[in-house]
Design a protein around this ligand. Structure first.
Ligand code: SAH
Length: 248
């Protein structure tokens, strides 16, 4: 091989090394950007918990910790990424919404969920409420009537490693008898009155939180006791309506 050939080989090596250097620099930069973004979202979550949730009186440490941990921005559509930690509900497609952070926290606190408890949720939506329950250590069964939303929520939850959540497609009006009775039940779509099967599928000593009403809705806390069922009104709320069998 002559001088020319050797020079050509040398040049190729240099180009190759520059290429490798460039690619690894890009990867490092990507990781730095990702870490920066994660830090940004973490501080937005802390601000959300302090200003929207603790200031309004939610005290349960487990709830506050879970709300600081679960990456809410991964449960909203990309076009709402910048609003993920704001003080209002957001559209998640199919005419449905992810609830306002304060309402998620308040409902979770009312349930007094403990580690290892079995919880049924009606209205999976984005899967965010289910993730909060799972983060506290509950075993969650969540039912969504719209298959597209159920599919998406299932993916989000499994990408984040929430193995103790089972997403089911169906009408939650009848509950989910296969796993009943439940320690706690949470409903995140509003029927005009409390579906009887949900009270039946609650353990004695169990609690149910549910928005009830058409336009003027009330959040109700239902406690099932030996002596009977006690229903308390907690606060006025605005949820999407429960659809399906309940409308008949
Ligand atoms: N918990 C959700 C938000 C709920 S939005 C979250 O964290 O994102 C209410 C959801 O209830 C909607 O997705 C709607 O499709 C669903 N829904 C309405 N009626 C239902 C029914 N009968 N059974 C199950 N899901 C129902």
């Amino acid at each position: 091989m002559g001088n020319n050939g050797e020079r050509k080989m040398g040049l190729q090596k240099v180009i190759f090394l520059i290429f490798v250097f460039f690619i690894s620099a890009c990867q490092d930069k990507g990781q730095v950007d990702l870490k920066k973004m994660e830090k940004k979202y973490m501080s937005l979550r802390e601000k959300m918990v302090l200003e929207q949730i603790e200031r309004r009186g939610v005290k349960d440490k487990n709830v506050l910790e879970a709300m600081k941990k679960v990456p809410r921005h991964l449960f909203v559509p990309e076009e709402y990424l910048n609003e993920a930690y704001e003080d209002y509900p957001l559209p998640i497609g199919e005419g449905q919404t992810i609830s306002q952070p304060y309402i998620v926290a308040k409902m979770t606190e009312l349930l007094e969920v403990k580690k290892g408890e079995k919880v049924l949720e009606i209205g999976t939506g984005s899967g965010y409420q289910a993730a909060i329950l799972a983060e506290i250590g509950a075993k969650v069964y969540t039912i969504e009537i719209l298959p597209k939303l159920a599919e998406k929520a299932k993916k989000t939850l499994s990408n984040l490693g929430y193995e103790n959540v089972t997403v089911l497609v169906g009408d939650g009006f009848k509950g989910y008898i296969q796993e009943a009775p439940y320690d706690k039940i949470i409903v995140t779509a509003a029927p005009e009155k409390i579906p009887e099967p949900l009270i039946e599928q609650l353990k004695i000593g169990g609690k149910l939180v549910i928005p009830v009403g058409k336009y003027d809705q009330e959040l109700k806390l239902v406690s099932k006791r030996e002596e009977g069922v006690v229903v308390e009104s907690v606060l006025p709320v605005r949820f999407v309506p429960m659809v399906g069998e309940v409308e008949k």
